[in-house]
Each structure stands twice: as C-alpha cells, then as structure tokens.
Design a protein around this ligand. Sequence first.
Ligand code: M6R
Length: 599
Amino acid sequence: MCGIIGYIGNKNVTGVLIQGLKSLEYRGYDSSGIAIRNSKDLKIVKSVGKIVNLEEKVKNINGIYNVGIGHTRWATHGEVNEINCHPHNVNNVTLVHNGIIENFRELKRELEIIGYKFKSNTDSEVIAALIDSYNGDKYDALVYAQMKMRGSYALVIMFSDEKDCLYAMKKDSPLVVGIGKNENLVGSDVSIILPYTKKYIDIDDGEIVKITKNNVSVYNENGLISKNIQIANWSLDDAQKCGYEHFMLKEINDQKQLCIKLYDKFVSENNYSNEIPDISKYDNVDIVACGSAFFAASIGKYLIDNYICDGSIHVNVDVSSEYRYKKHFYNDKSLVIVLSQSGETADTLACLRMANSLNVDTLAIVNVPSSSIAKEAKMVMPMLAGPEIAVATTKGYFAQVLDLSLIVQKLAYVKGLISKNQKDELIRTFKRLNDIIDDLFNIDYSKIASKLFLKEHIYFIGRGLDYIVGLEASLKLKEISYIHSDVYQAGELKHGPIALINKNTPVFSIITNDEVMEKSLSNAIEAQSRGAKLYLLVTEEINVDNLKIEELICVPAVSDFYQSLINIIPFQFIAYEVAKMKGCDVDKPKNLAKSVTVE
Ligand code: M6R
C-alpha cells in the first residue's frame, strides 16, 4: 500500500525521490508527492495518478535541493486528490505516512479546539499537527506523538527549522534506513536503497531515528541504541525488469532459477537440510494466509492429509481475516504456520501476533527478510524468491508451495511414511525441477490468450490438487485481466454451476491426477455437451485422442509433491498474455496493492 522515502545527501534529491517512488510503485498507489528543502525554502509537489505525472511537474523546479521526502498514496482516508496526497505540512512539520491512525478523529477534535485547521481528510495531516502542537524539543515531540497515536505508522518527518536532518519512526509498518557514503536514505523497503547502498538498518517499533548526511542515530526508551547494520542480499537487478517487458514476465521466468536456489538451500548431501523445519513434534497444525498464499496453504494441507496418512497430524487451513476472529484451542503440540510473501499482510500479521500471544509455536514461510512477520515468528523458513514487484504473485506463490512441499516431504520421511528410496527419488526430482519445467517456458501462450481475451466468463474445473491449482489460475486471470472466472471441483459442476455454461463458454479442465482422470474427463465432457469450449491441461500420460478440444496443454507428470508447481506455470503465462492483449496494466492492476497492510 502506501510507500515512503526520505533522502539526505549530496545528490539532487528530486531525482532520488522520483526513482525511489518508482521502485515503490509495486505496492499500489493512486497519487504521489514529494517535499524538498534547501536552506532557503520548502517545496511540495503533488500529483494524482501515475508517478510520470509527478515527474512532469517536478521538471519545473529550479535550484538545488539535497533533503527531501516522498510518498505514494493508496487512499484510505479521503478521496484521491492532491489535497489528501502526501506530504502534509503543518507549520514547522512536513511528513509522509504509511499506515492508519485509528484515533485520528479524536486527536483531530483536540487539535481543532486549540486552533488547528485542517485542509485534508487524512489521518496523516493530523499527525503533522500533533507533532507541531508539542511545545519543546523535537525528539520529545515525536515521543509525545507516539504516546498519543493508536494504530500503525511509518513516518518520515522534516522540521522546517532544522534544515540538515530527517526524523523517522514506526509502529507496525515497515521502515528501513539505508546507510550510504555522505548520504543516507529511509523508506518502506530495501528496494529504495539498492541504487546507492546495500547497507541498511532495520527499524523496530517504537524506535525514533535521526538521520543526517553523515550519521544515523537510533533511539528507544533507553536512549541512544546501537543497531546491527545488515547487508541486503537483493541486487539492483533483482528489482529491475532486466529486459523483460513486465516485472510479471520476469518473475514467471525467475521460477526456473528459484528451483536451483531452493535446492541449494534445502538439500544437503542428498538429504533434507536442517534449514527445513522439522514439524514432527506437532499434532495440530493450522496454516493461515491470504489470497494466493492461502491457495499455497491449501496445497500444504492436501499434501499433509494425503502423505502423513498415519493420522498423527490434524491440519487446518484458513484465510487470515477469518482465522483471527475464531476461537482456538491450542496445546503444546500445536503449531501455527503463516505464509506471506511480503511479510506485512495485516491480517496474517494479526494471526501471527495472536498465536504468539497465546504462546503457541509459530512458523513463518516468508519472502521479505526484514518484514514484521519474519521478525516476529518464532521460526522462519525463507522463500528466497528475491523482490517480487508485480502485484500478481507468481514466483512468491511458487516458493510458498515448494517450501510447504519440502516441509511435508521431510515430515513424511522423519515419520517413516516414505522410504529412503522414495525420499531419494523426490530429492532427485527436485534437483531436476528447473529442467523439468523448462519446456513450459517455450510454449506460445498467445494463441490460447487470443481465444480468451474478449470473453466475459471463464471456468476452471479440477479435482484435488488440480482444483487448488484452478483457484490460483483463476485469481491470476481476474487480478490482471479483469475477466470474471470461477473455479469448481469438477464433480460439483453438475450440482449447480453447469447452469452457467453457454455456447462457447471457455472451460479449463485440469486433469493431472491419474486416480480421478476418467471421472474428471467425464466432467469436462458434461460441460462440453452444454456448449462449452474445452481447454485441457493434462499430463503427457493422459490420452485425450478422442476428444474435441479447443486447446491442449501437456505438462510433465511428476510426484504430487511437485505437480501443482508445474501445473500453475502455463496459467501464469496465459493470464499474462490475456492481460497484455487487453491492454491492461499487467504489473499494477487497478484497485490492488502488493502488500495489503490494512485489515
Ligand atoms: O504478501 P502476502 O503473501 O501475504 O500476500 C497475500 C495476498 O495478498 C496475495 O497473495 C494476493 O492475493 C496477490 N495479489 C495474488 O496475486
């Protein structure tokens, strides 16, 4: 959602801020703005819509400015317009804010009583007034604001009467400080610092940072503290398109390399490495996530249900926004697994915090190492997917499924439910996974997309794992091409949804499980008999010679532990091609944010 950045150094700050805001675009936004300052004046420039609009406006700025802050806004309080857009200025205080202040109405009333007048409808302008209203030292003013505010915030603040520094602080919203040479940066994530430095400090809740060109001081309630300087293991290339037309296309392609990266991390001497959590001591496992991560969780449940077949584990999956409001009865053999690419998804973070507060063991499968979820979970299994910029997840989902598959493989092996030979075979397949999927990257999916891009409704059917793959395939298509699609368990079609099938309705039937192959084929034919155009995704072993098929995609057959990873790739490409043909903004679909930090 919103993204923030601050810079102080020798460079022309406008260029740094615009570049930084562009690297935060993926978070989702509807307007943007910057505030820059030199010894003479403060300039604030705001614009609705894409950052190129802001870029156009700042071209007219003359003079040299070396300090500034910037913001991409995803509207929560007040409509999308320049007044509500950040930075907000109240007298001596100019700031950008990511988060939501829950008690802002109450604070606003108090400030109005003492004479403050507000221009915008935002909670963020109230923070600027709150800080300004404190009569005293700047640091104390920030502590005062911390005490008064309820909610979440990452803030970068400039004071007009203190020209050579920036202040920043956070609670429940991410904030990192990049340590450069004669320059320092602060912002929502490491992508903003990568063009300048790989060194960064992770700011924790409650801390206040004072940043000058040559110094970064971090304070908490104990005074000045020393923080570890970390080295970003993401390169600048990781966060760039590298010649691909879109980030999504790059990230789909990154999946081949990701197989190798995960193999190197999680396999050691032909065995599951200690980096894969051993969850054999738990008998009650809840897996919790949102969106695509929830579908990955559902694959994890399927694998546990089917391969930990001695009844020793009960596994439950839930979407985070539901799970957090249910009653839970944990014991010392309970484990809560949370899945999150961003590590900041508000509902998933809330579930993690709830579980932590109830003293149950927690494990996070998470991509962003400096995220709140990575920091707060008791155990962490990294996804190693590198920065995922496109709003629609591809490699993030892939890594989540693969991580869970490895946890379940290891569990099955530890419990003696798969033999050494089976384990060796699974590890051999893992080693070859990047080769196994290679052919799927050479198919021309635009032919299939050309038959779909003008359709209004598309259906996916499948059984078991294939049904779950259908859920993710359908979400990809919806998110970026805005085509309505629905997913049904193939056997359920005739219990109602088949009424929706008209002449030429596209139906994707996913059939990669031998055991139910005949039944799934019958379900596909039932749809075809009602006029549906049949698109099949099958394994090479399934014979479909006698069927009239619109399009056929053949994928290699592998163990269930990897099959759903293979099956999703063609659907990622199809969604991408359809969205492109429709002229949609593939990487930044409307209404969506990459990291959903509101509940
Ligand atoms: O960062 P997270 O994995 O926690 O995000 C969860 C969902 O918001 C995310 O998967 C969302 O559904 C994506 N837009 C799917 O492409």
